[in-house]
Design a protein around this ligand. Structure first.
Ligand SMILES: Cc1cc2nc3c(=O)[nH]c(=O)nc-3n(C[C@H](O)[C@H](O)[C@H](O)COP(=O)(O)O)c2cc1C
Length: 195
């Protein structure tokens, strides 16, 4: 069984919607199990000695990290998780796992690229292998896929409304396609490693 872990922080629920779409897309591939892990379930070593759901990440062939863009960057909570992972970094425990990133913000830009770059550099510190969005720009409307033309990772935009109505359908579909791509690539990668 190929495992994909989707680690996310979401202050108000909109980014969690994107995490769920990625999981749904990933689960479309036979033999792939996607697990969603909230940042709050990854305690820092000084709190609980790496208890919580850290094992879910270790068991995954691909770890996807996401958070809203706050003040043009990653959120403090996902940064806490990143810093907590330094005790795994020392022994390069995630080396050669696949990695990817997603973010969501109020503006179509909102400096989301900087958030993806933060996530990318974090994954490079762990010697992981980055997987891109892999969906072509489909047009600028809310029903279009990859309407913000992001290739490094998955971007979504949420209006000032509840997570039931925003992010819009095109962004949800983009996230599902992203999850499907991650599942297929992870499965292929793991099959190649055991061939
Ligand atoms: C402290 C804070 C900082 C924010 N900074 C940005 C920003 O830099 N760019 C942007 O477009 N939206 C910004 N936003 C808006 C959020 O990214 C947006 O509301 C997002 O949908 C929140 O996702 P969540 O519901 O998963 O927390 C900010 C919101 C907060 C609370």
């Amino acid at each position: 069984m190929t495992k994909i872990a989707i680690v996310y922080h979401s202050g108000f629920g909109h980014t969690r919607v994107i995490a769920e779409c990625i999981a749904r897309g990933a689960a479309e591939t036979d033999g792939v199990h996607a697990v969603i892990v909230a940042a709050e379930d990854l305690p820092s070593p000084e709190d609980k000695d790496m208890a919580g759901k850290w094992d879910e990440l270790q068991a995954a062939g691909c770890i996807v990290f996401g958070c809203p863009t706050y003040m043009g960057s990653i959120t403090a909570e996902i940064k806490r998780v990143f810093e907590a992972s330094s005790s795994l970094w020392v022994d390069q425990r995630w080396r050669d796992k696949l990695a990817a990133g997603f973010t969501n913000a109020a503006a179509t830009s909102g400096d989301k690229l900087n958030t993806l770059q933060d996530i990318f550099h974090f994954c490079m510190q762990h010697s992981m292998i980055w997987v891109s969005q892999g969906v072509m720009f489909g047009g600028p409307s809310e029903n279009d896929i990859n309407r913000m033309g992001s290739y490094m990772g998955c971007m979504a935009q949420s209006a000032d409304d509840s997570p039931e109505v925003t992010p819009p359908p095109g962004d949800r579909q983009t996230a599902e396609l992203f999850g499907k791509r991650l599942a297929e690539i992870t499965k292929q990668f793991e099959a190649g490693a055991t061939a």
